[in-house]
Design a protein around this ligand. Structure first.
Ligand SMILES: C[S@@+](CC[C@H](N)C(=O)[O-])C[C@H]1O[C@@H](n2cnc3c(N)ncnc32)[C@H](O)[C@@H]1O
Ligand code: SF4
Ligand code: SF4
Length: 392
């Protein structure tokens, strides 16, 4: 991504003080066209609660004033919102680097083209397996692999043809689970071949189906034992170590892995023990989240109600001691999470290793490769065991 002087200044200030919200997430909608096994967000989709474009414009101006450099528009599935492209344009015009987090499934080419036309240079597309059947099984929809990879190949070509495309950082979001532990290095090789980076996040699942009802924070994840890494340490730990040793080595060698090394080590530990990193996190000061209805939260899943993001007094509130106290209590009492967008941002700004790895990766323009759909499709693997049949 290309940063101007003002943005570099904000990033430097964030590194020194950890008090500039350089990263924000806006879940433009909770609606989704898929029902992925591990995710429960789509159950909360409600078009009526979503903001309109004028409100989104106000949000963009406010984020710019607060110091946001990088905005991810996610959801739910952001393309479920008809005016995603116009919303993205408002944020680009406010001077933010915009990333669209999408499943890429069923998205018409014209909509992706329009995003690029209005200035989006960063896309993250979810892909958890090179085996078509396995990925369709996770997404619970046949044809998902083909659609997601077709969208990736289109993005690779558009960025290769578009001015400023060399500053884009398109990426694959890959959820690490029992279903793909052995595939991670091949997913990195695939990403490189299509000119993408890849970000790995370990799957979070409910240990008990009732947790999602009892615990507000847990409502976005689901009980899916088939995705959980097996609990027998003797058999699973060597699998996890092999996967993460290889990823860390590949990162050292310059393969396009977005996660910082400290995050990859924390992910390894989480998959083995279920324990979240103990260093705490910077939710609410290095980053924050805004829900489809405009409600501000310090991250994706805390419940504490703060002022609405569009409240006229919001900026004053954000800089107040009362907000800082409440934010500290909230983040301090949270049991933790492994969401890369939050926890890895903390690592990037708290550890020298994370900061320099990220600075090197983010600042460099890249020679873009444009791949065709048949070239990308050639990476597909086949596993037609009935285990991965999509339920009709
Ligand atoms: C919630 S989705 C929203 C954007 C878009 N719908 C997509 O799937 O890319 C953002 C990312 O969260 C991941 N995710 C969903 N549920 C998860 C879980 N239980 N544990 C870890 N990651 C999860 C998805 O795979 C996706 O990469
Ligand atoms: S992970 Fe993304 S695509 Fe899948 S159900 Fe959740 S929001 Fe939808
Ligand atoms: S650790 Fe807790 S407060 Fe921090 S980002 Fe994760 S869920 Fe939010």
């Amino acid at each position: 991504m290309k940063l101007g002087t003002a943005q570099y200044t904000r990033v430097a200030k964030a590194f020194l003080t950890r008090r500039v919200p350089v990263y924000a997430h806006f879940g433009i909608t909770h609606r989704c066209n898929l029902t992925c096994k591990m995710c429960g967000i789509w159950r909360y989709g409600n078009r009526k609660e979503e903001l309109d474009l004028d409100q989104i414009d106000q949000m963009a101006q406010r984020m710019a004033r607060l110091g946001v450099v990088q905005l991810s528009i996610g959801g739910g599935e952001p393309f479920s919102c008809d005016y995603l492209e116009d919303a993205a344009e408002r944020f680009v015009n406010a001077g933010l680097n915009v990333r669209v987090l999408t499943n890429g499934v069923g998205v018409p080419a014209e909509r992706i083209e329009k995003c690029v036309k209005v200035g989006v240079r960063n896309f993250s597309i979810s892909l958890d397996s090179l085996y078509r059947e396995r990925f369709d099984y996770i997404c619970e929809k046949e044809g998902s692999w083909d659609d997601a990879v077709r969208s990736m190949s289109l993005i690779s070509r558009l960025l290769a043809e578009t001015k400023g495309g060399q500053h884009g950082l398109p990426s694959i979001n890959c959820v690490v689970s029992n279903l793909n532990l052995e595939e991670l290095p091949d997913i990195v090789r695939f990403a490189k071949a299509i000119g993408f980076h890849v970000s790995f996040l370990p799957v979070e699942l409910l240990a008990d189906p009732k947790d999602g009802v009892r615990n507000w924070e847990a409502r976005f994840v689901r009980y899916r034992p088939e995705m959980a890494v097996d609990t027998n340490a003797d058999t699973v730990n060597p699998r996890i170590d092999k996967a993460y040793d290889t990823l860390i080595q590949m990162k050292k060698e310059g393969w396009p892995i977005l996660n910082s090394t400290p995050y990859l080590n924390a992910s390894r530990n989480y998959l083995k023990t279920g324990l979240f990193p103990s260093e705490g996190c910077d939710a609410g000061r290095l980053y924050f989240s805004v829900a489809p209805n405009g409600q501000f939260t310090i991250c994706h899943r805390t419940e504490q109600q703060h002022l609405h993001f569009l409240d006229p007094k919001f900026e004053e509130y954000f800089h107040s001691a009362a907000y800082e106290r409440s934010r500290l209590m909230e983040a301090g009492s949270c049991e933790g999470c492994m969401r890369a967008c939050w926890i890895d941002t903390s690592y990037m700004f708290r550890t020298m290793e994370g900061f320099f790895e990220t600075a090197k990766m983010a600042g460099l323009p890249r020679k873009r490769v444009g791949v065709t759909w048949p070239e990308a499709r050639a990476w597909a693997k086949t596993d037609d065991s009935s285990k991965y049949a999509v339920a009709k």
